[in-house]
Design a protein around this ligand. Sequence first.
Ligand SMILES: Cc1ncc(COP(=O)(O)O)c(C=O)c1O
Length: 405
Amino acid sequence: MSTVMNIPPPGPYHSLMDITPRPDVVFVGGQGSWLTDSEGRSYLDFIQGWAVNCLGHSPQPIIQALASQAAKLINCSPAFYNEQMIRLAELLTRHSGLHQVFLANSGAEANEGAIKLARKWGAKHRDGAYEIITMDHGFHGRTLATMAASGKPQWEQLYPPAVQGFTKVPLNDIDAVKTAINSRTVAVMLEPIQGEAGVFEATKPYLRALRALTRERGLLLILDEIQTGIGRTGRLFGFEHAEIIPDIMTLAKGLGGGVPLAALIAHRDVCCFEYGDQGGTFCGNPLMAAVGCAVIEELTKPGFLDRVVRTGDYLAGRLRTLSRKYGYGEVRGMGLLLALDLRWDIAAEIVDLARTRGLLINGPRPDSLRFMPALTVTDEEIDRMIEILDNVLQEVSARRAGNAG
Ligand SMILES: Cc1ncc(COP(=O)(O)O)c(C=O)c1O
């Protein structure tokens, strides 16, 4: 009886599973930083599919890659080589300094692959060690293993029994990692910036200390760059800021620029999958891989990433000014992955009101807003976003003052 009572009321489109409270808007088009709904209204998009559309909506390089590859070869089989999977693997290894790639379809699938690879390596080289130390509040995806690797307390009781083998420690606490290591430990896994948790950085000294510690103890360092990778922080990969290199890295989101594409990339010494250990029907399909190549080629053009740094600094500066005006807190993050600390639990109210004013932003926590625009966003679009947000904040402040009075 109680299960029936807990089912949320259905949304307006009954044939879709009601998995999240979606606003009553249907999007039909997108161009650059702008989305259009079925009523013809425009929205300035600072969510971009959750930091996915790195080149904005429907960018020319992706349209061209899709059209020309679709006309040539959409799919053969993951059991055969195809031209685009080879090209993408070469681009990823050349730019990352790692050696081998497994292409996948989603971040969770890439992370699941990273967990499997670490366990396989532990079985072969570390006497069966399999435990992975992960971070409180980390986010690694929604498969059963990646949910168990994530540090979301509310997930611990969802879908029991949980996958075993993950030990959680607080972020940026190297002593906690040292204490958590035991003979079963095979790896440490984390995001360079915890995006879903609200944009909290793993500090550079911490990442360097982790790299040194994992080397010293013979453990693997796995970096989940699904949100921070592909130019989001102003470098192609987030780990470059700390001048380290992980043993395993995962990518998704920006890699496909809007299409489902992910990658598991590893140092040659770690690549120990044997035939049959890993695979998937769509893994390495040429249509998606062609898009990945187009994205990497665009981002590695001279000046592209410098521009992300400049635009990120501009956005951060404008957010700081807004924060001072309203008595809010810090601006966190790097490049074009930024969050504004609101000090009060008003994010949901701001996000809803902003949408009605034609601005899409995200509230990863009740007291924070997150900004992850296209990496091609212009200063004018940032100015427009700040103008809309300023009006929204004025209204929210006035409401709060009214309620207090
Ligand atoms: C850091 C990180 N890892 C993994 C994932 C899961 O990726 P996907 O939703 O493509 O499975 C996400 C998604 O937000 C993420 O931010």
